[in-house]
Write a protein that binds this ligand. Structure first.
Ligand SMILES: [Zn+2]
Ligand SMILES: [Zn+2]
Length: 334
């Protein structure tokens, strides 16, 4: 790699696009932020101008309020920012999630943000965007991480509910993305009973529904009788699993939906009886397949378990480097 500074400058707190004077997923307030998606390790309040997809803008407005300058950028629209051509492309991670493509002086760079390849009925599918430099996450960048088929995991949830008609199944699911994924995956398998929600999930589920994601009947746990909740599926943020809150539920079987449920110790730590390996991040095979298909000259890894992926790139004659960006991982997000 040449020693002259590149027009894309990775910093621990974000990726600076110098000619555009803009930051991607800055973790501190900046004058112009391009935001891949609404998770707190990528988006925050306090920026002056913000560029994001309309769905991400709606999500961050819900979480952080309005920004002084907001620009909604539709998928596939190319804009010019001081000579840098910028466009957003679906990342398949959560509603509105985008890879950011930039082209400057004949070189193309794609920043994935978080992404996954497998189908998700709650958001637009990942789009393959060829580039010279592919800047990717590697949350599950170890060969041990191979997510099972989602329908298998949802099948386990449905079977547990069947087996406990007098109790309920309480599923811990991250409020942005995972909760809506679990709901829509259940609907895709034909489950059309009401699904009960912890109060902390209601607004984001309503936002998804407002953006045309078919959620089916959703009811608040607040106000429901214990008897109403027998034989149901209840969703709550992971933090509520061990909380006093769950005492209002009839004999709950504790479950959690996360890629981290592959790690038995993590499930045990949380007292999870029914771990569901459902992830919104690419697993090892998705990461390596994607790099093969994108066929970049260089791979830069923003965060995650990068060592094995760097080695894999080396073996496949692709230059690779770790950026070691800080605070990019939320324990519950997986
Ligand atoms: Zn994310
Ligand atoms: Zn993330």
């Amino acid at each position: 790699m040449s020693s002259a500074p590149h027009w894309i400058e990775p910093h621990p707190h974000g990726i600076f696009v110098r000619p555009a004077n803009a930051w991607i997923d800055a973790s501190r307030p900046v004058s112009r932020a391009l935001i891949t998606h609404g998770h707190a390790d990528h988006a925050r309040g306090g920026h002056d101008a913000v560029w994001a997809t309309p769905e991400t803008l709606a999500i961050i407005n819900l979480r952080y309020g309005r920004y002084p300058g907001e620009k909604a950028v539709d998928y596939g629209t190319t804009l010019d920012l001081n000579g840098v051509k910028v466009s957003f492309h679906p990342a398949g991670h959560v509603l509105g999630s985008a890879q950011i493509r930039m082209e400057y002086q004949g070189e193309t760079v794609v920043v994935t943000g978080d992404f996954k390849r497998r189908p998700d009925p709650s958001c637009a599918p990942f789009e393959l965007v060829p580039c010279d430099i592919f800047i990717t996450e590697a949350t599950f960048g170890l060969p041990v991480f191979r997510h099972p088929p989602t329908s298998e995991e949802i099948g386990k949830l449905l079977a547990m509910r069947e087996a406990h008609p007098d109790g309920c199944v309480l599923v811990g699911a991250y409020a942005l993305g995972k909760a809506q994924r679990v709901i829509t995956e259940l609907r895709a398998l034909g489950y059309d009973d009401p699904i009960y929600l912890h109060g902390a999930l209601e607004k984001m589920c309503a936002l998804y529904a407002d953006h045309g994601v078919a959620m089916g009947p959703l009811l608040p746990v607040a106000g429901a009788d214990k008897a109403d909740l027998r034989g149901t599926i209840v969703l709550a943020p992971p933090s509520a699993l061990a909380d006093r809150w769950s005492r209002r539920l009839p004999d709950p079987v504790t479950s959690m939906a996360s890629g981290w449920m592959r790690v038995r110790a993590r499930a045990q730590q949380r007292g999870v009886e029914l771990p569901l390996i459902i992830s919104d991040h690419a697993d090892w095979d998705e990461l390596t397949t994607t790099i093969r298909e994108v066929a970049p000259k260089q791979v830069w890894v923003t965060h995650g378990r990068e060592d094995a992926l760097l080695r894999w790139c080396e073996l496949h004659q692709i230059k690779a480097r770790a950026l070691a960006m800080i605070g990019r991982e939320d324990e519950d997000e997986g």
